[in-house]
Design a protein around this ligand. Structure first.
Ligand SMILES: [Zn+2]
Ligand SMILES: [Zn+2]
Length: 56
């Protein structure tokens, strides 16, 4: 098994929706809310290795 080169072996990548900040600007008022895509963590599971950090 080799390290996943999409997430560099971490199993997670920066959320594209909030650019890894975990905060999403909602609506006209640009209210800060926890990003619904990553649940405020700023990271999402790597889709290439399915969160394992390794690829076959
Ligand atoms: Zn996010
Ligand atoms: Zn990966």
């Amino acid at each position: 098994m080799a390290k996943c080169n999409n997430c560099h072996g971490e199993g997670a990548v920066d959320c594209a929706k909030c650019k890894g900040e975990g905060i999403f600007k909602a609506g006209k008022e640009k209210k800060d809310i926890p990003c619904p895509n990553c649940k405020g963590t700023g990271e999402v599971k790597c889709s290439v290795c399915n969160g394992t950090g390794f690829r076959k």
